[in-house]
Write a protein that binds this ligand. Sequence first.
Ligand SMILES: [Zn+2]
Ligand SMILES: [Zn+2]
Length: 446
Amino acid sequence: MKFPVRTAAVSFLAVFSILITLNPLLSGSQKQLPSYYQKIKDLTARIEPEIVAIRRDIHAHPELAFQEYRTAGIVADYFQKLGLEVRTGIGGTGVLGVLKGGLPGPVLAMRGDMDALAITEETDLPFASREKIMVNGKETGLMHACGHDIHTSLLLGVAAVLSQIKNQVPGTILFVAQPAEEWGDGADKMLRDGVFRNYRPEAIFAFHVDDTLKAGYVHYVPGYSGANCDTFFLTIHSEGCHGAAPDQCVDPILVGSQVVLALQAMISREINVHDHTVITVGYFHAGTATNIIPDKAELRATIRSYGDEQRARLKEKITRTIAGICQSHGASYDLNYQFGTPSLYNHPELLKAILPSVERVLGGKDRLIEDRPEMGGEDFSYFAREIPAVMLGLGVVPPHLEKTSVHSPTFIADEQAIGLGIRLMSCLLMDYASQPAGRRVKDFKK
Ligand SMILES: [Zn+2]
Ligand SMILES: [Zn+2]
């Protein structure tokens, strides 16, 4: 369709002025962006190839929890070259890099985890892992199937960018390279080993790759976003007897089956519908033959919930239910109930304070997605119990895929997310550190 030139020019101007009015990023606020936004963008573009190369190297050489010696070495060397104060061997293989800014301001922290998984990689990436380890006497592969290679690289990237503008950085930024997230206790070990002994951050931030969003998108969850990951190990004992004479002994399979069903009924009848709870008995082993009632049944379960009160309540209810069922059958049992990784709480006020920065870097609200909480575990929660914390989900689904799955041998991440993640975290830290103390979230323990 052809328009007379003048009409086209007029409508273009009209549309342009409407756009300017509607989109604050195109109007005044673009000019109001702090000068470091452009600087961070330029610096990120400059270091991105190097950081991507490091990511590929880490990806090709994955290491299991608490064995991240090579990775920790790369991190420590890199921090040292940047001129950061460096501490190593924290909580095993953890590394802390301290960047002291040239302006007065708070202590803030960024965390990246370093460990990989015992999974044999099945991607055809040129830097796919070929590493092997023995697990329970069986050879298996090792793979960065949860994106921790990207998290570690982002840590280096942000440290590199902010080091280059350190005279403009308010306060101190801590870069925390953490071991053993997959085992759920690397963060706890670092805290116990005094990672924040000399510098206590008043807020801590982290990314986790998001395997449902394309690169260029970020998700966030206000409040609880990861569950308490608790466990029980239950053994139901019997003397064992002939399958044709079941009155002669306790049947531990029957008792165990009733435990499984009673726990599901307990969730539907005893737990408030708003109190997210999952109990999965994922392990139920008993018996050797069709005609033998075995002398024991072993059950193991994962119990997922949010908050300390709910986990304590569940422990009490599960213990009572198991005791009642076993007692009614005259069965003896051993129950070992363990609290694991606590639930992850994204501090809502801190989140509110930093989301405008994320939005500015993403270039608008439509790339920032509020998500629902999940019942998965993430040991960043140990930091979040000590210090106001926020974890953001960084989209990594490559353009040619609908989705990709973490913890799968075919997990692939779009490296476009790396540059974006570096810019996001750098701007976020700079913006938040620049806020006056009264507008920052108060530390729980101060
Ligand atoms: Zn994982
Ligand atoms: Zn992970």
